[in-house]
Design a protein around this ligand. Structure first.
Ligand code: ATP
Ligand code: MG
Length: 418
């Protein structure tokens, strides 16, 4: 553990345990620092970029529940939060309950919110539109599900995120391998076989207060092509969908939060709007992991990171802070990718940051990192965010910024063979 600052002053600062110090937590850690909170960040990766923003770091897994509970107790924290990753949302809720800390989610709610399968059951009971889904415990069950749903279909692990164990299946020959991968990734031993919903995908970022659902940004998710199925390449605000379709997405996100029973805190809901209306892919009871809170701040002037911090510390939140102030014309997060190989240098970051309207450039990896072909979100190399007078201008600005950044990688395998 690394310590900074003086003991006496720190004891008067509110203390927060943050599960995760990766790219998905950077915005929240910056907001915590701006509010002068004392943060203890947990991540098993010693090179996690968020550690630089924390007052203390603990190199343990965000899934090591006994370790995190012990740490929370020893550090006498006032709150615990898993801002951008799914499974630790449950860990945070259980640790908070154990230490009698205020928390926006009960352990029961957190458990529901972190299981795609239990969500599907709840949504079905409540009549929330969603892809037709069959839960399968074996290959034989999966085969029967395929016969019922047909191709194309989506196979996934019910309790993972970041596209781990997720596959789009276009032909029968690749179905078996997709099922094996999903079953291997699964914690529960089951996998889900789902109807592929065709349409424009949006994310509804929202915050609930006293049981009331406040929708904030609705962003278009620009998706990568297979084999990087489901990976977001950009989040674009405002959505290019018609107001009617945006409204439908907001309504199903509200219904989804209601079906699960979420009354407090942030939600991030993935929805595909197609010919059969808006269908919920998944709800997460946390901030989005793709800098969604920072995008919300750029778009609407609503500081979702601060709101999530307040919820995690049990601080009162007046509803007025959820009202948009001075919205931008457009705001975009565009993710960066790197050519496969070992990272040697990142060039052009300063030039990218200097492009008009660019609010931030994030580079996720240090030299020495090995980039693979883009398959899952974790293969992405960074992100740029920009605002503009319109959606089109914000898109142009992020494209101009991305064009200026160059990830210099070396093909280490080829060198080894030479
Ligand atoms: N049934 C489906 N129909 C259409 N697209 C889907 C379906 N299931 C998943 N996807 C696509 O894959 C993406 C990720 O799916 P999902 O959220 O289920 O997996 P995940 O591993 O939790 O990924 P993430 O961490 O990005 O949320 C979705 O945002 C969507 O683009
Ligand atoms: Mg998801």
């Amino acid at each position: 553990m690394v310590e900074r600052g003086s003991g006496a002053a720190e004891r008067r600062r509110r203390r927060l345990l943050v599960l995760g110090a990766g790219a998905a937590q950077l915005g929240l850690l910056e907001a915590a620092r701006a509010l002068d909170l004392f943060t203890i960040a947990v991540d098993r990766d010693p090179s996690a970029p968020g550690f630089a923003l924390a007052d203390r770091r603990a190199i343990i897994s965000t899934e090591d529940e006994p370790g995190i509970a012990q740490l929370a107790e020893a550090e006498r924290v006032d709150g615990v939060i898993a801002p951008g990753i799914d499974w630790p949302v449950g860990v945070a809720a259980r640790v908070a309950r154990r230490l009698a800390l205020p928390h926006p989610l009960t352990p029961e709610l957190a458990q529901l919110a972190t299981s795609k399968q239990r969500q599907r059951e709840r949504f079905a009971e409540a009549g929330v539109p969603q892809p037709e889904t069959i839960s399968c415990k074996s290959r034989a069950e999966a085969q029967a599900a395929l016969e019922r749903l047909g191709l194309p279909c989506v196979v996934k692990a019910p309790d993972r995120q970041g596209q781990r164990g997720l596959a789009l299946v276009l032909d029968e020959a690749s179905f078996d391998a997709a099922v094996s991968t999903a079953l291997e990734a699964s914690r529960s031993g089951a996998c889900l076989v789902e109807e592929l919903v065709d349409g424009q995908e949006v994310t509804v970022n929202a915050f609930s207060l006293g049981g009331r659902f406040y929708p904030l940004t609705v962003t278009d998710r620009v998706r990568a092509e297979p084999p990087a199925f489901g990976v977001a390449l950009a989040h674009v605000w405002p959505s290019g969908l018609s107001p009617k379709h945006v409204g439908a997405a907001v309504e199903v996100a509200r219904e989804a939060a209601g079906a699960i029973g979420i009354e407090e805190g942030p939600t991030y809901t993935q929805i595909v709007v197609g010919v059969a209306g808006a269908k919920v892919v998944e709800l997460a009871a946390r901030l989005g992991g793709g800098h969604d809170a920072e995008l919300c701040e750029l778009a609407l002037g609503v500081d979702l990171n601060e709101l999530a911090l307040a919820a995690a510390l049990g601080e009162p939140i007046p509803a007025q802070v959820l009202a948009p102030v001075d919205p931008a014309g457009g705001a975009v997060t565009r993710f960066l990718t790197a050519p496969p190989g070992e990272l040697r240098a990142v060039e052009g970051v300063g030039e990218a940051a200097a492009v008009d309207g660019v609010a931030r450039v994030r580079i996720y990896r240090e030299p020495g990192w090995r980039f693979d072909e883009l398959r899952v979100g974790a293969d992405r190399a960074g992100a740029v965010q920009a605002v503009g007078s319109s959606r089109a201008e914000a898109l142009e600005r992020t494209a101009a910024a991305a064009d200026r950044i160059r990830f210099v990688t070396a093909d280490v395998d080829a060198k080894a063979l030479a």
